[in-house]
Ligand binder design. Sequence first.
Ligand code: PLP
Length: 439
Amino acid sequence: METPSPAPAIHPPATIAGPSDEDLWTRSKAVIAGGVNSPVRAFNAVGGTPRFLVRGRAGHVVDSQGRELVDLVNSWGPLILGHTHPDVVAAAIAAVEAGSTFGAPTVGEVELAEQVVDAVPSIERVRMVSSGTEAAMSAIRLARGATGRTKVLKFVGHYHGHSDALLVEAGSGLATLGIPGSPGVTPGAVQDTVLVDFNDRDAVTAAVDAHADDLAVIACEPVPANMNLVPPDDGFLQFLRDEADRVGALLLFDEVITGFRLARGGAQEVTGVRPDVTALGKVVGGGFPLAAFGGSAEVMAHLAPDGPVYQAGTLSGNPVAVAAGAAQLRLLTDEVYARLDDVTTRLADGLAQALGDRAVVTRFGTLAGIVFGIDTPPRHFADVAAADHDAYGRFFHGMLDRGVQLAPSGYEVLFTSAALTDDDVDHVLEAAADTVADW
Ligand SMILES: *Cc1c(COP(=O)(O)O)cnc(C)c1O
């Protein structure tokens, strides 16, 4: 095996290495539950000790030991332009200097809302919140309030945040840790959640028929990216639209990952299928805690203060987050999406070549995923669950040793950024070929 080459450096070389990963991890576990503030950051599925990151710029991050990594996580999606884009940083600094929060209407949130309404085809009115969990949870409450119905049809392996009613068979984070549902979620909280396999039309029709009069909403990730990447079969999203219409239910697209990533207008722009309600997060906040949900003026009029469906937040539409989000969205031109598409395509094609029949590399536009130990692209959660997750773990560590940061779980996708250079792409592909060379 050759000596792993480090990622091409864009940071000045670190002169002083900080405490070791092991020391930091020991300290962290002594005071933070499980050592992490979100379970997906732990290395339970791949083994080893997480790296502690101290800096990021463009397509790279630097850890506490001064090791530079090409970043294919990008904070799990928000950083579509890579780290510390100067315009996003400047907007956030200006906003924090002007006042970090007011709890009153601000000009910035109107500007961000105008951008969202302009970009996302089905959204006429939007409401900002602080996390994707809140966005999806609130969208479900809205759908139930607007229809006066109770049941939610949800797909196995789709993640809509960790609110009680949606935390069942919920994809990557739980699947990584082998947790089917969560203790603490009562049977009552999920009794109105109906589970169906994605890409299974017969199962959807049966569930819709069974709950026709009670079905408030069909909720999905339109291009599922929390059970690795499982693109919808041709026509499946339109089928869901028709099934919802058939019984007077609403259709919810959770575009927390796909929104502003597949295109400015998300999966609904790319596929032409229009949901009634959309959840947004990740990219929309520019790397700050901001998410949103929206829909037609009619549906959104059910929300307080215009209507009776209650939803609120002290820091909702926070000025700093709004400024950063708006700055990032302003930069998302056609050229940026073309670059992102090019980078993602070259990575997916190159990884497919490097990995050969060891893995299937799936791509849907600017999203890509790697699944080891299967022969055909996954169509259901079970296909990904049956994959060779130990092989993913070995690949993960081989890449990390060679200066490439992947998500520490085979249930996750590649989150690319437009800041990745051609050298970065070459480096990733060389690292992949080198990693599997002696398997
Ligand atoms: C990340 C994610 C969420 C939850 O967003 P948070 O900001 O982590 O609460 C919801 N839905 C999807 C599809 C996601 O990927």
